[in-house]
Design a protein around this ligand. Structure first.
Ligand code: NAP
Length: 285
């Protein structure tokens, strides 16, 4: 029987710690503020933004939402980011992606002050992660590392395979496993022999975006399987990139979807925002 890695449990622990520290900061007269910017009417983005606002309220942060109309111009968005960069009450800025097609995401991300870039998407923060000297980690891969730690799974000397090479999940995920001394292979859509490579993984991370893509024959007996995917199956039910039902008995430990990586992402956003507030107020960790 495999261990089910419970993201709800681990994320609740992270959020409880953030809430406790936020309370302690308040006693010192320091508040923690997150600004969430959403442009347009994408329903999935609306759900994510509402969840982030709810999480802020739970941990005691000030949260401000800027809901901008679809026709917002690049300059208007950059002006808002700049205003928030200079706003003392705001410690973290999150621009919900994807932005409408006419807006340049890269330019907007680069406009966020690296000190307030709690998503860690800005090139300065990405570079810092590369050299292993960082303040913020991107929330989803950081959430995976937190779960591994909580379940005493040490990547050191393990064969780690990450499927997916996106800037927000796959690449930083691989880098964090490398920092923890894993031997890391990154796979993508042009990888040859994907099945064979995956079947050698001690820790397999799937960040593909294809429902039930990772089947039991791709998983080594006793592997740790981390499913980052968030997809809908043929019945419209939320599912991951891993064929959970058939993989779970082969894996030593596995994350479910929902209830695995998903809840960790927002918890790590809260952790990053708290850290931003501390850094901006000269408070040691
Ligand atoms: P993405 O930018 O679309 O990247 C997907 C990656 O999968 C790409 O690198 C792609 O390779 C690779 N890929 C696609 N088809 C493949 C195949 N047949 N074989 C091998 N590799 C293949 O997606 P993402 O933003 O990283 O997100 C991945 C998944 O995680 C999605 O389901 C997303 O919803 C989910 N997600 C969840 C959370 C969370 O909080 N739980 C957060 C972020 C994302 P190429 O580079 O060659 O195209």
């Amino acid at each position: 029987m495999s261990r089910i890695i419970d993201g709800k449990l681990v994320s609740a622990k992270v959020r409880a710690n953030v809430a406790k520290e936020t309370e302690e900061l308040k006693e010192k007269g320091v508040s923690v503020g997150l600004a969430v910017v959403i442009v347009g009417n994408d329903p999935a983005s609306r759900v994510y933004v509402n969840n982030k606002k709810k999480a802020c309220a739970e941990v005691g942060f000030i949260s401000r939402e800027y809901a901008l109309p679809e026709e917002t111009t690049q300059q208007e968005l950059l002006d808002l980011v700049n205003e928030l960069n200079n706003d003392k009450e705001i410690n973290g800025i999150l621009v919900q992606l994807p932005l409408p097609k006419h807006l340049d995401e890269k330019q907007v991300i680069e406009a966020i002050s690296p000190l307030k870039d709690v998503d860690a998407f800005n090139a300065v923060n990405v570079g810092k992660i590369m050299i292993g000297d960082y303040d913020f980690l991107p929330c989803t891969p950081a959430g995976v590392m937190e779960m591994l730690k909580e379940y005493d799974i040490d990547p050191k000397s393990k064969n780690c395979v990450v499927i997916g090479r996106s800037n927000i999940v796959g690449k930083p995920m691989a880098m964090l496993l490398l920092h923890k001394h894993g031997t890391v292979t990154i796979c993508h859509s042009r990888t040859v022999n994907l099945k064979e490579i995956c079947a050698k993984a001690d820790i397999l991370v799937a960040a593909i975006g294809k429902a039930k893509f990772v089947t039991a024959d791709m998983v080594k007996e006793g592997a740790v399987v981390i499913d980052v995917g968030m997809n809908r199956d043929e019945n419209g039910k939320l599912c991951g990139d891993v064929d959970f039902e058939n993989v779970k008995d082969k894996a030593e430990a596995i994350t479910p979807v929902p209830g695995g990586v998903g809840p960790m992402t927002i918890a790590m956003l809260m952790k990053n925002t708290l850290k931003a507030a501390k850094l901006q107020n000269g408070i040691e960790e």
